[in-house]
Design a protein around this ligand. Structure first.
Ligand SMILES: [Zn+2]
Length: 302
């Protein structure tokens, strides 16, 4: 079990317990969450060691690695994923200023995004520890995914774009991972980090039922400030923050399910709309956000 004495982002000891969150999707176990007064990070306290986290992912409901089409939420998730793939591709090409470059998708799941980028001429690499997801990637898209997620082993390979779509919140060695991601980023490369945002209106609406707490799988619960603090420690800066409009609906739908409320679908649609309307006028408050990061100091390679 991991018990943090210091903030995993900024090492501050000014941490306090914020509350207790139930693992609604798999085990029903309860985990405390703590907040850092310095960088605003909220993190899950007393998380299982990496060797024991596997069973917390063993659920039909945990769909980011699966391609089942059963149930309304799953169907919606897959429909929206199709739409967002195109949006993500456009974001990458816009920010990297290349129509086709090199891409690393860290924690690529079943490879849908890699497939999208490859279709448009990108040279793609995917890393994914889950064997089932890798098999799916091979079956669905004939993609060969690397199981080894230790980035220290990535040598002499550099990327124009590195993407982490809802992955960083699951990563145990946070600073070590970011250190290597920044190392293997091309001098003018960009890192795109998508994570839930606890400063969103849907987090405020659902409180302890907010599905994006997703303890203990989500080790960290980022705010814009905590992401900036993390990247700053590796000489990277956030150059833009983009909203992920569909996530508010998806998270609201799951949150309603956890609350066991009546009229889950209309309530979720309403909460998603409230969250998005709020985020429309208050930047940095969308349910999930994509942080576009680049080097603070330009490298001059001879
Ligand atoms: Zn901190």
């Amino acid at each position: 079990m991991i018990r943090y004495e210091r903030c995993p982002v900024c090492s501050s000891t000014e941490i306090s317990t914020e509350g207790n969150i139930t693992d609604y999707s798999v085990t029903g176990e309860i985990f405390p969450i703590c907040k850092c007064a310095a960088c605003e990070l909220i993190f899950t306290q007393t998380v299982p060691d990496p060797a024991y986290i596997g069973r917390y992912y063993a659920s039909q409901d945990y769909i980011s690695h699966s391609d089942t089409h059963e149930g309304f939420i799953n169907r919606m998730y897959h429909r929206v994923r199709k739409l967002t793939l195109e949006t993500k591709r456009k974001i990458i090409t816009d920010f990297v200023h290349k129509q086709a470059g090199t891409l690393l998708d860290y924690g690529c799941g079943t490879g849908a995004f890699l497939n999208e980028m490859r279709t448009y001429g990108w040279t793609v690499t995917g890393l994914e520890p889950d064997e089932g997801a890798r098999k799916k990637a091979k079956q669905l898209y004939n993609l060969v995914i690397t199981p080894e997620t230790d980035l220290a082993l990535q040598k002499d390979k550099y990327f124009d774009a590195i993407t982490l779509w809802h992955v960083l919140e699951h990563v145990y060695d946070l600073h070590e991972t970011v250190k290597h991601l920044t190392r293997i980023s091309n001098p003018s490369g960009k890192i795109f980090i998508a994570v839930p945002n606890y400063k969103s209106r849907d987090a405020e609406i659902y409180k302890e039922f907010w599905a994006a707490w997703d303890v203990p799988r989500h080790l960290y619960h980022f705010s814009p400030k905590s992401i900036e603090t993390l990247m700053d420690a590796h000489d990277f800066k956030v150059v833009d923050t983009l909203p992920m409009w569909f996530d508010s609906f998806y998270v609201s739908m799951l949150s309603e399910k956890y609350k066991k409320s009546k009229y889950q679908i209309p309530r979720a649609i309403l909460s998603g709309l409230r969250s998005n309307i709020n985020a429309f006028s208050n930047k940095n408050t969308c349910s999930s956000q994509i942080y576009v990061c680049e080097r603070k100091t330009k490298l001059h390679l001879s």
